[in-house]
Design a protein around this ligand. Structure first.
Ligand code: OGA
Ligand code: NI
Length: 373
């Protein structure tokens, strides 16, 4: 089953197979340029961590309390990331979700290969993001699924085993999507625009998109040369990440340094995606992050992406556009927007920044036209 086929530019290699081969070195394809390697500038990263103690922790036990909205809003403005505790999703469900997906990745390769994905939708078992021939690849495999809206739910793409994987993943997605709804309310209140405004600007809760990406990072013989996932910002609305309960690896960009996240047990890591940055006219920030790997342990994370209605052109909410702060982004639908990362792979914040450049250029033209008319 191993072939270039299905739309990939070259044969797909499973990182798990490379890891299990026991080779002492990694293939050149996975070696990052020096400036992107994990140990570049360790002093700046250590300093950032000691000064600030890591991403904020937000208690969601009283979600409609104004103090909760303030804490969420502050974290979204300042870091673009926070850890959510007392979030209302049972710890037992988190354990089951991790368990079924560890079970999936432990199956024999020929079973997993039945679900091999293609770049058309990315759904299924995958090992790269982006279709550029010769790209430097990341040290990780993944499984990607569309859960909502209903017309994108495709049962044929879901693994049949372990037996409770489907039911658990559906229950998990329902619960975490409901949490995203509560977070949308808190984020909206924190913007001062009324509690339903952000969700309305998203196209409404019923049309929101929900996707799950389970990341599997196998042990790596040369972790100092590569990354499990290269620096990127998440293209969608917001992301709720269930990090590995034993192994660290996620790093968040903070004032030019990389801060390693130390997950609180049973917490979620929440971050703002590019679409919320656009809707809030950059009041809330989608921040670059990446994943380090290590030589000893595998790491598994479950990311749930909560996305806007995909065919709705999104632009900054009018309430957040003023003469002092003109609209920073031109309208674009999420369907169009997400093609970029699907073609090019993870590339920092280059995409959302290019939207901004286009809006700035358009504004300059407007000014020039007004001046001459
Ligand atoms: C992602 C992501 C982080 C992690 O899937 O977009 O950033 O820790 N994952 O796996
Ligand atoms: Ni991400």
């Amino acid at each position: 089953m191993e072939s270039a086929g299905a739309g990939w530019p070259e044969p797909v290699v499973r990182v798990q197979s490379l890891s299990e081969s026991g080779a002492a070195t990694i293939p050149d394809r996975y070696v990052k340029p020096e400036s992107e390697r994990p140990a570049a500038d360790p002093e700046a990263s250590a300093a950032a961590l000691t000064v600030e103690g890591g991403i904020p922790v937000v208690d969601l036990s009283s979600p409609s309390d104004p103090a909760t909205a303030r804490a969420v809003s502050e974290a979204c403005r300042d870091w673009g990331f926070f850890q959510a505790v007392n979030h209302g999703v049972p710890a037992e469900l988190l354990r089951r979700a991790r368990g079924v997906w560890r079970g999936f990745f432990r199956q024999p390769m020929e079973v997993k290969q039945r679900y091999a994905n293609s770049p058309a939708t990315y759904e299924g078992y995958g090992s790269r993001l982006g279709v550029e021939k010769g790209a430097v690849l990341d040290w990780g495999d993944y499984y990607f699924l569309h859960v909502r809206p209903p017309h994108l739910f495709n049962p044929h793409k879901w693994p049949h085993l372990p037996p409770d994987l489907r039911e658990t993943t559906e229950e998990y997605s329902r619960e975490v999507a409901a949490l995203c709804g509560r977070l949308m309310t808190a984020m909206s209140v924190g913007l001062g625009v009324g509690e339903t405004r952000l969700q309305e600007a998203f196209g409404g809760a019923d049309d929101a998109g929900v996707c799950v990406r389970v990341n599997y990072y196998p042990p790596c013989p040369q972790p100092e040369l590569t990354l499990g996932l290269s620096s990127h910002s998440d293209p969608g609305g917001m992301t709720v990440l269930l990090a590995d309960d034993r192994v660290r690896g996620l790093q968040v960009r903070r004032r030019g340094a990389w801060v390693t996240v130390d997950p609180v047990p049973d917490a979620f890591i929440v971050n703002v995606g590019d679409q919320i940055q656009v809707l809030t006219n950059a009041t809330y920030r989608s921040v670059e992050h990446r994943v380090m790997v290590n030589a000893a342990d595998e790491r598994l994370s479950v990311a749930l992406f909560y996305n806007p209605k995909s065919d709705l052109p999104l632009a900054p909410m009018p309430e957040l556009v003023t003469p002092d702060r003109p609209a920073l982004y031109n309208p674009m639908t999420f369907d169009e927007y997400r093609m970029y990362i699907r073609r090019k792979g993870p590339r920092g914040k280059s995409q959302v920044d290019s939207l901004k450049a286009a809006a700035a250029a358009a504004a300059t033209v407007d000014v020039a036209e007004n001046a001459t008319s």
